[in-house]
Write a protein that binds this ligand. Structure first.
Ligand code: FAD
Length: 302
């Protein structure tokens, strides 16, 4: 009830006010900001994956501009020798407008990453995008076997079956490479598990399947319970340190991040930047209503 109320109010809040609370989740508005924050993280022995903010574009012309920005980003980060890779949201390249043109744009980005010896992760968006995003990943992986990975969401009922289906693309030389997260979009109960523990249980089921089968996995969570269970599974399957990594969002639970790294695991932080920060921020704020409550209070208390 409270969450629903917050969700309803957020889009109407003044942008400036949302920014005060959002800036902890965002590197900044431009490439220099992303570079600066990535260098800092690298200095702390943390890898990065960089995301240019923007999603669900309305015009295909925006996709061309977004593609150019990504290619520039990849070149800059390679020149600056940043230890990182890149995450893309297909709806930012017109997934819901023209699937083929979206694919061609992302393909060009992966080709640029290939030239720079880098890697592109296809983020997973809401369930209206899942089929198309799995398909885009399949096509890209067929052409660039070691340059591309996919995100899967443990709240989706279909996830383990998708992962199993994709095993035909898995090999020792070019393992499947997934980021496993819980999932952040609001989905109907027909397609997604809704209960908190149920989503965790499926997360662990998916993770166990991946470790059993030698799939490279980015364990993306800030949930201490899942982190501890992941430690147990990594030990159970004696997984070498270079076959997995932990991943966290910029600005979220730095203490837990340090704990994981002190235990000797590799860590990658998702670094979003760009002028289109509002949608990303309001999703994060809906996820953590305590922060949104602070914003509402700030509206009234002067
Ligand atoms: P939760 O139970 O949500 O959180 C555990 C604890 O972490 C909370 O109790 C709180 O202390 C802290 N926490 C979590 N979120 C916040 C926050 N915003 N602010 C402050 N504290 C917080 N989702 C997708 O659907 N598609 C993607 O492509 C995708 N990519 C991701 C990439 C990375 C690297 C990460 C870490 C997450 C990604 N997500 C993505 C989001 C993910 O699906 C979850 O919504 C998000 O990680 C919260 O789930 P959790 O496992 O951290 O558990």
């Amino acid at each position: 009830m409270f969450n629903k109320m917050i969700a309803g109010i957020l889009p109407y809040m003044p942008k400036k006010l949302v920014w005060i609370f959002s800036k902890r989740y965002i590197a900044g508005e431009n490439i220099e900001d992303a570079l600066r924050e990535s260098r800092k993280l690298n200095a702390e022995q943390t890898m990065v994956t960089v995301d240019i903010l923007g999603e669900y574009i309305k015009e295909l012309s925006e996709a061309t501009e977004n593609k150019k920005q990504y290619i520039e980003l990849i070149k800059r980060f390679t020149d600056e020798k940043i230890d990182g890779n890149f995450s893309v949201k297909p709806s930012m390249f017109g997934l819901l407008l023209d699937k083929e043109s979206c694919y061609q744009n992302i393909r060009e980005i992966v080709a640029a990453a290939d030239e720079c010896d880098s890697f592109i992760r296809v983020d997973m968006e809401d369930s209206t995008c899942t089929d198309a995003e799995v398909e885009i990943f399949r096509r890209l992986k067929a052409e660039f076997p070691t340059r591309v990975g996919l995100v899967v969401q443990s709240y989706m009922r279909r996830t383990l079956s998708d992962v199993r289906d994709l095993m035909d693309m898995h090999s020792e030389e070019a393992p499947l490479n997934f980021r496993l997260c819980k999932g952040i979009y609001v989905e109907p109960v027909e397609v997604a598990y809704k209960k908190y523990q149920e989503v965790r249980d499926h997360y662990l089921e998916d993770l166990e399947y991946m470790l059993q089968n030698g799939i490279y996995v980015g364990i993306a969570t800030h949930d201490k319970y899942l982190v501890d269970k992941a430690f147990e599974l990594l030990e159970k399957y004696n997984t070498p340190k270079d076959k997995y990594e932990f991943q966290m969002l910029y600005g979220v639970t730095p203490d837990l991040r340090s704990r994981i790294m002190s235990a000797g695991h590799r860590m990658r932080v998702y670094v979003p930047y760009g002028v289109e920060w509002f949608g990303y921020s309001t999703r994060r704020l809906k996820e953590n209503p305590n922060m949104a409550w602070l914003i509402i209070k700030a509206l009234f208390v002067r």
